[in-house]
Design a protein around this ligand. Sequence first.
Ligand code: SF4
Ligand code: SF4
Length: 99
Amino acid sequence: MSDILSLSLEDKLYRTKYEPDAAHPHIRVNSDYCVKCGDKPCLFFCPAQVYKPNPNDANLVTVSHENCLECGTCRYGCPFQAIDWQNPDGGMGVKYRYG
Ligand code: SF4
Ligand code: SF4
């Protein structure tokens, strides 16, 4: 097995498998707060880079819920508690291939 420390984030994320629930996203963001959020810490605290700058509006972020690793940081990291994060429905979400 290759040295885990030498892998890129993309390579590491490839080691997981996902069952995204497109009809019922388990992450919802109240963007009214994002407009007021200068530092946008979600762009940094998420290990899977689920949150990215919105290319169409610098005041907002995009949310790729299908890439969520379910670490739970969303529940604590947003200074405005603008993120409604729920566990995905049974059988959906991330499935770790190793471990
Ligand atoms: S940290 Fe919260 S309020 Fe700030 S941009 Fe991210 S989701 Fe929006
Ligand atoms: S729970 Fe963790 S992996 Fe999922 S979006 Fe929040 S910070 Fe990212």
